[in-house]
Design a protein. Sequence first.
Length: 336
Amino acid sequence: MGLDWRADQQLNGPTGMKMTFFLIPTVLVAFFLALPPALIRKSWTQFWIGFVLSPFAVVLPLAFFFLSMFLTPDSKEVCHNGALDCFHLGKLALSPFVLWATAALYAVEIAEVRNPGRPWIVNGLVLGAIISSVCTVFGVLTNRQDNVMLFCLAVPLYTSIWYIARAVHTIRTQPIDSTKLTIALGSSLPFWALSVWWSYKTYLSLPDHVESCFVVTAASRGHRGIVGPHFNVVRRRCHRVANYQLATFWTFEALWRKTAPRSHAAFRRIYNIIGPIIARRITSPWIADVVYVILKPAEFFARFVVNTNLLLGTQKRDSSPRLLHTQGAPILNLQS
């Protein structure tokens, strides 16, 4: 009971800090967005309405639009929908129109301008309805098998509904300049084309697979007499080259991910930031040799855990690094 409580504290502590770092900027932005209309009208009611609406009309939609660029896959092997998965980054070409749409929604919902039928507002709302709807459909298509990501799509979903409702209401109640609306929609077409091109170019630039053990992979590039021998590795249906140290860490990580996914995910979040930085500094075989030796104690520990797990019968033996001989060539069979 005590161990579970301490584990929960360790897991939830960083989450609480993240929430704090997110809430403070959100509150500050909401305050400054709500303040100008309230001062103009000299109304506390106007201020509190704007303060409550600003996070949902401005902060969250923009945060999801821009921060989702980090969901861009890091290799082709995880692009299950091809170049479409790279639209997370490609859609940033639409940023000028997203900011335009946000300003239009702010003017209508928070500033409550007296003439919501101004062309720039109407056109902005229509563009916002189109872009948010496309992003919502894109999210559903690319994350339809991920329940967590589908839940996160609540933000683009309500944003698209909000823009559509506001755009339809404004068009029905205000005189519309169809020529300016057509020009606005037409001007966005090159940006849509740019977003498609950007997505495709991003996909082409991705490696076929991504290294999961940045430092260990770099260390395996030392002098063969020290870090070797190297073997052909079948991993994730791809042929790789690895030494015993790298294969051991791969197997250990697969076991860790299976038995303790939360702590493994926390480790990966940190290692994905620090690992590439360290790996880039391993610039010569001599440095790789030194790092290889430094990692030896960790390798012995990882091998001990893997072998112990095999002896206890909690992991299939095929998941451990195992040498096979196919037509005289050594191949390391790695299922993880």
